[in-house]
Design a protein around this ligand. Structure first.
Ligand code: B1M
Length: 210
C-alpha cells in the first residue's frame, strides 16, 4: 500500500495520531505537500463524503475523520505556505449563516495564505452583520464565502444583499464557493465563483489585479 493510501485509510478510520505521523513521514520522505494534500488527505475525505452520502458513515464518525484530516493539514500547512511570498491582498473568509462546514473554508484560506494573501477567517455560521463589521474593520480586497448546503446558499445571497445595502459592494470583490454552488448561481447574486482551492487562488489573484 502506498503511503498516500495508508494516510487516506487512517483518515477514514479517524486515526488522528496515525494521520499526523504518516503525514510527517511522507514529508520526511520528500513527498510534495500538494501531492499529500490531493492524493492522501482530500482523497480520504472524498471517500468519507461518499460513505456519508450512502448512509454507511454517520455524523460522529465524519467529525472524527475531519479531525484526523486537520491533524495532517497542520503538518503540511507551513509547506504550502513556503516560497517567495509578498502580500497579494487581504481576504475575509467565512462560512455563511446556518452552515457549520469549515474544512473547505480552512483549506481555501490556507491556499490563499500560501499564495501570499492575508486571510481573516471568520469561521462558520457567520451572520451578514459580522461580515459587514469585518469589511469596515479590515478594508479587504475580497470577501470569500463558503456554503456546503443547498439550504445555506440563500444565506450567501442575503449576505451579498447586506453588503450592497451597507454601501460596501463597490469597495470589495465577492467570491463564493462550496459543493452546491456553481458559476451560474454566483453570477446571479453578483459574485465570482471558483470550484476548488486552487481555482480560488487563481480567481483571487485575478480579482486583485483587475
Ligand atoms: Co455535511 N453535508 N452535513 N457535515 N458534509 C455534506 C456537505 C453533504 C453533501 C453530504 C451528503 O449528503 N452527501 C450534505 C449536503 C447536501 C446538500 O445540502 N446538498 C451534508 C449534510 C446534509 C449535512 C447535515 C445537514 C447532516 C445532518 O445533520 N443531517 C449537517 C448540516 C450541519 C450544518 O452545516 N448546519 C452536516 C454536518 C456535517 C459535519 C458537522 C458532520 C461535517 C462538517 C465538519 C466540518 O466541516 N468541520 C460534515 C462533512 C465533513 C460533510 C462532507 C462529508 C465533507 C465536506 C468536506 O469537508 N469536504 C460533505 C460531503 C461531501 O462534500 N462530499 C457533507 C472536503 C472539503 C475540502 O471540500 O468543503 O467541498 P469542500 O470544499 C472545497 C470546494 O467546495 C471549494 O474548495 C474546497 C477545497 O477544494 N470551496 C470553495 C469551498 N468553499 C469555497 C469558497 C471559495 C472557493 C472555493 O471562495 C470563497
Amino acid at each position: 500500500m502506498s503511503i498516500y493510501q495508508d494516510i487516506a485509510e487512517n483518515l477514514m478510520e479517524g486515526q488522528t495520531a496515525q494521520v499526523r505521523e504518516l503525514t510527517q513521514k511522507a514529508v520526511d520522505e520528500g513527498k510534495p505537500a500538494v501531492e499529500i494534500l490531493n492524493n492522501a488527505l482530500l482523497a480520504g475525505m472524498n471517500e468519507v463524503g461518499e460513505l456519508f452520502k450512502e448512509g454507511e458513515m454517520f455524523v460522529p464518525e465524519v467529525l472524527i475523520a475531519a479531525k484526523a484530516m486537520n491533524s495532517g493539514m497542520e503538518i503540511i500547512k507551513p509547506l504550502l505556505n513556503d516560497g517567495d511570498i509578498k502580500k497579494a491582498g487581504t481576504v475575509i473568509m467565512a462560512t455563511v449563516k446556518g452552515d457549520l462546514h469549515d474544512i473547505g473554508l480552512n483549506l481555501v484560506s490556507m491556499m490563499l495564505e500560501g499564495a501570499g494573501f492575508e486571510v481573516i477567517n471568520l469561521g462558520i455560521d457567520t451572520e451578514p452583520e459580522k461580515i459587514i463589521e469585518a469589511i469596515k474593520q479590515y478594508n479587504p480586497d475580497i470577501i470569500g464565502m463558503s456554503a456546503m448546503l443547498t439550504t445555506t446558499m440563500k444565506a450567501m445571497k442575503e449576505a451579498v444583499q447586506a453588503i450592497k445595502e451597507a454601501g460596501l459592494y463597490d469597495k470589495v470583490k465577492v467570491m463564493v464557493g462550496g459543493a452546491p454552488v456553481n458559476d451560474e448561481f454566483a453570477q446571479q447574486i453578483g459574485a465570482h465563483y471558483s470550484s476548488d482551492a486552487n481555482e480560488a487562488v487563481e480567481v483571487a489573484t485575478r480579482l486583485v489585479s483587475a
